[in-house]
Design a protein around this ligand. Structure first.
Ligand SMILES: [Cu+2]
Length: 117
């Protein structure tokens, strides 16, 4: 009985997660910009391709309440920003040179990479 209840809860969680993911992708398409969510230990998407030489704004939505997820660092670009919980934060990037730029939280538990080409 207990196991069946747990399975049911797991299924509900999966459905919520699935629908949330779908919604996030929809926002991205609609605004024609990139929304990066911060949740469950990952940035999604975590690998981002950007064109060289244009200034672009990254949009972050942090859903993870842990303090670890708060800071967003892009060391090569001297970017260090705090992400408010459940609010969209826009971070303008300078025009990029070709190369890879890592971004991560303070303790590097969340990790992502921007590739400019
Ligand atoms: Cu962290």
């Amino acid at each position: 009985m207990m196991i069946i209840n747990l399975l049911g809860l797991g299924l509900i969680a999966l459905i919520i997660w699935w629908f949330w993911l779908y919604k996030a992708q929809e926002i991205k398409m609609e605004d024609n910009e990139l929304l990066i969510t911060v949740e469950n230990g990952v940035y999604s998407p975590s690998r981002i391709k950007l064109p060289v030489g244009t200034s672009i704004e990254l949009t972050f939505l942090r859903k993870d309440p842990s303090p670890c997820a708060e800071m967003l660092l892009i060391p090569e670009l001297q970017i260090s920003e705090s992400l408010p919980l459940n609010k969209v934060k826009r971070i303008p990037l300078p025009a990029l040179k070709p190369g890879d730029y890592a971004f991560h939280c303070q303790m590097q538990m969340y990790k992502g990479q921007i590739s400019a080409a």
